[in-house]
Design a binder for this molecule. Structure first.
Ligand SMILES: Nc1ncnc2c1ncn2[C@@H]1O[C@H](COP(=O)(O)OP(=O)(O)O)[C@@H](O)[C@H]1O
Ligand SMILES: [Mg+2]
Length: 377
């Protein structure tokens, strides 16, 4: 067990790293962040901040020298970085788990190999694959063309209405390896955040229902108002993924539910997840404390949910005409505001979130959306 007082390393200094740092501080750990951005949200509150690229060998050595364990908040940290670090310190999750999930082609093949369903997809690595994919008709249109690597928050993907639009979309994405994925008629989207110990014990948080706008998470409701059997299937699928990845830490699995009620795995995040932010205010243990516990080899904290929760993301768009109007939100005694300390608000950038808590999620939904509407300046 890595006990309080030790230094924990975090690759990535975004809001997930910042919320991890807060949880680690509560438990008496020190945190050293590696992130090239001098103003990274986590770097600003951590005990140390190495401002260097993720492949900077001197910075990695320093991280390895100071830290008892290193983890990540960002799936796009090169897996090679985790491999390199493993020479000097404990790395959780291990590089292979991150390698599988940071490339959509490998990720989807992995999911299918477990016997879990995904949306129909085709791999497009070269322009020559486009005609073959259109001919094979394995993927019907409309579809989405997604870069295999380095996409997030809907970035790096384009809607393609017909086979005729495919070549232009591939060019626009830079002719890099992609997956072409059928557009699913969504009944809803779900996610499961699951913690796993080095011994293989697993503890999932309650299943969450997610609504996206423009490819970015807008709102999460927990517990998800879905049939218990569907929630159980999602939980089992998430545990299946965590086990097969031999994952140590906290990870998330995103699901689509299509209009026939079928559960499809969308993607896996080898880290805490935006759809688990509500655990900060409605669970005995937040996903971030659980991540600290897992990487340090501590036992699970309770995953019990003491309140229903609705979380809404605050994107930079909200700042376009000035500072949001906070007073109504702050006047609501059962609403918790979290801002990440980012200096500039750009459209689509996650600046913060708020969570409304209460005995039941039904009435919370309308309240949360009304509070959100009143924020716009
Ligand atoms: N095949 C699809 N069918 C329907 N909606 C999709 C599909 N792919 C993506 N989306 C929508 O876009 C969101 C973001 O896509 P996702 O593949 O999860 O990328 P990211 O890595 O940016 O989160 C999804 O949560 C969903 O709302
Ligand atoms: Mg996603």
């Amino acid at each position: 067990m890595i006990l309080p007082g030790a230094t924990l390393g975090m690759l990535g200094g975004g809001q997930l790293g910042r919320l991890f740092t807060r949880a680690a501080h509560e438990l008496g750990y020190r945190v050293l962040v590696l992130d090239p951005d001098p103003h990274s949200p986590a770097g600003r509150i951590a005990d140390g901040h190495l401002e260097a690229p993720y492949d900077d060998d001197a910075a990695l050595q320093e991280l390895g020298r100071q830290c008892a364990v290193v983890t990540t908040e960002f799936e796009n940290v090169p897996a090679a970085t985790l491999e390199r670090l493993a020479a000097w310190c404990l790395v959780r999750p291990h590089a292979a788990a991150v390698r599988t999930t940071q490339n959509r082609i490998r990720e989807k093949r992995f999911i299918r190999s477990l016997g879990l369903a995904t949306a129909p997809f085709a791999v497009i690595e070269l322009a020559a694959d486009l005609a073959a994919a259109a001919r094979a008709r394995a993927v019907r249109f409309p579809a989405l063309l997604k870069r295999a690597e380095l996409g997030y928050d809907g970035k790096g993907q384009l809607a393609v209405g017909t086979a005729d639009g495919l070549a232009a979309a591939f060019r626009e994405l830079g002719e890099v390896p992609c997956v072409l994925e059928e557009k699913v008629d969504l009944a809803c989207e779900l996610s499961v955040v699951v913690a796993r110990t080095a011994d293989g014990a697993m503890l999932p948080f309650p299943v969450t229902d997610n609504a996206h706008r423009g490819g970015i998470l807008h709102r999460s409701v927990a517990p998800a108002p879905v049939a218990p059997a569907l929630a159980e299937a999602a939980r089992q699928a998430a545990e299946r993924c965590a086990e097969a990845l031999d994952f140590v830490g906290v990870m998330a699995v995103e699901f689509f539910v299509d209009d026939a009620g079928r559960l499809l795995v969308n993607e896996i995040a080898p880290r805490t997840h935006n759809s688990g932010h509500w655990t900060l205010d409605a669970c005995v243990t937040s996903q971030f404390e659980q991540q600290v516990r897992m990487v340090c080899g501590l036992p699970f904290g309770s995953n019990a949910q003491h309140s229903a929760a609705v979380m809404i993301n605050l994107l930079g768009d909200l700042w376009q005409d000035g500072e949001p109007r906070w007073p109504d939100l702050l006047a609501d005694a059962d609403t918790k505001l979290h801002l990440y300390g980012k200096r500039t608000a750009r459209p689509g950038r996650k600046m913060g979130h708020f969570t409304c808590v209460g005995p039941e999620s039904g009435p919370l939904l309308a309240r949360a959306e009304a509070l959100f509407d009143r924020l716009r300046p």
